[in-house]
Structures are given as C-alpha cells and as structure tokens.
Write a protein that binds this ligand. Structure first.
Ligand code: 6PG
Length: 248
C-alpha cells in the first residue's frame, strides 16, 4: 500500500455551480503557471478526462491567450487516458486539444500523450511506454495535477477494489475492465499521482456528494474510495460545486 508521509490538510472550495468552479480552477492554474515561470521553472501539469475537466480546459482556452503564461514552456502529461484510436471521441487528449491545447502556443514536443491504439499494440504496452517516458522526467513531479472523481470514488482510472491500486512499484499501468466505458485504459498509479506538488480535485454534481464526503473522512480505505489515497505534497484543493459538497 502507498506510504504517504504527512501532508497539509486539504482545502475545500465550494462554488455556486460547475461554470464558476471551472472559471476559478482555470484562473488559479494560470496564476500558478505564471508564478512558476517567474521563478524560472518550466512547470509540468497533469490533466485528466471527464466533463468537469473539459469545462476547465475550455476556460483555459478562453483565458489562456490573455494570460502571462508562456505556454511553450509548459509541459503537459495525462493522469489517465482511454486506450482507443487517437481520433476517437473517447480520447481525453483529443478533447483537451480541442478545448485549449490547440488554441494556445504549446510546444508539441512538450505535450506528452499516452499512446493510443495507433502507437501501441496493447494497453499494457502503452502503459510501459508512458512509464518510461515519465521516468525520464521525474515520474510524476507535477506542479499541478488535476483530477476528476467518479460517484464510486474512482480517480484517474483507478477503480474501487481493482488490483491497480496496489501497483506502487510502477508509474503507469493498464486496465482492461474499466467499469466506466471505454474498458481499456492507462492510468498513473497512486504512487505516481502522489508525487505531484499540488493535487486539485475537480468535482461537480450531487451524485458525487457521498464519494466526496468519504474521500475526505478520516480512515477511509483507498481500496473502497481510491481518491482517499491521493494528495499533493504541498497542497490539495477540492474544487466543488454545491451539489458535490452537500454531504460535507
Ligand atoms: C476519465 C477520467 C475519470 C474522470 C471521472 C470524473 O478518463 O474518465 O479521468 O477519472 O475524471 O470519472 O468524470 P466526470 O467529470 O465526467 O464525472
């Protein structure tokens, strides 16, 4: 099981709705990237899929051009990805590109997609290749990692009761029986997700309220609610809307 040394308590931000949440998270990300670049760093960020992540990405696409961020010096990774064709509607990278990556002057060499079915023979091969690529760059040392949450408490593509939750000696692993379609995916392990400096959960909707409450309760087993096993080394923020915060 992942041994996580003591970390700062999570901060909880409750927003009036998903749109307000997305604007706030995108604005905060822009500030963090500007600050990191002002310190002379080239920040790495971790993206995820899902509806609320897409809303944040769209806000980045809208606010990004007017920001002080040098997008060509931002390095992009994914916390998880669906193992499908590169142009599939299910592909997290495709959606993030349409929402903001293709709208901003990113350096294509610094946008690290998880291999698709065009680049790898199996989800397992894709996970191995992505692990090797990530290992060359700190194995998940992200300035900010954004994550969604499923109503069952899943995070990235780590689902309750699945053996991938204990794959701590690896960086990325495959999954072929995801309860959330599509079934084949690649996900970072808890060990890799926990290397981030800042972890931001983006969660909206009343159907996630129970998972949010359990993830934040003391003593929750990460095998039941995987999100309970992820935190940032320096900061963990839960960006919630009123619905997802309704059981806190
Ligand atoms: C994915 C994910 C997944 C997602 C949550 C929340 O690729 O499906 O990365 O972990 O973030 O399921 O998704 P929603 O915001 O759509 O509920």
């Amino acid at each position: 099981m992942t041994e996580v040394p003591p970390r700062p308590a999570p901060r909880i931000e409750v927003h009036v709705d998903a749109a307000d949440l997305a604007t706030s998270a995108a604005g905060e990300l822009i500030t963090r990237l500007e600050d990191a670049q002002a310190r002379g760093e080239e920040p790495h960020i971790g993206l995820t899929g899902g509806s609320i992540a897409t809303a944040v990405h769209q806000e980045l696409g809208r606010m990004g051009p007017r920001s002080g961020v040098d997008w060509s010096r931002v390095v992009v990774w994914w916390g998880d990805e669906r193992f499908v064709a590169p142009d599939s509607e299910d592909r997290n990278a495709r959606s993030a590109r349409a929402a903001f990556i293709d709208r901003l002057p990113f350096d294509p060499a610094k946008v690290h997609d998880i291999p698709s079915t065009s680049d790898a023979g199996s989800a397992d091969d894709a996970a191995a290749a992505y692990s090797a690529e990530l290992r060359e760059h700190g194995a998940g040392l992200f300035e900010v990692l954004m994550l969604g949450l499923g109503p069952d408490g899943h995070v990235a593509s780590l689902f309750p009761g699945h053996p991938q939750l204990d794959a701590d000696d690896q960086v990325a692993v495959s999954i072929t029986d995801s309860p959330k379609p599509p079934p084949e995916r690649v996900t970072l392990t808890l060990a890799a997700l926990n290397r981030s400096r800042c972890v931001w959960f983006l969660v909206n909707g009343e159907d996630k309220a129970d998972a949010v409450a359990q993830a934040l309760a003391a003593g929750t087993d990460l095998h039941d609610i995987p999100a309970a096993g992820v935190s940032g080394e320096a900061e963990t923020i839960w960006f919630l809307d009123r619905g997802s915060a309704s059981q806190l």
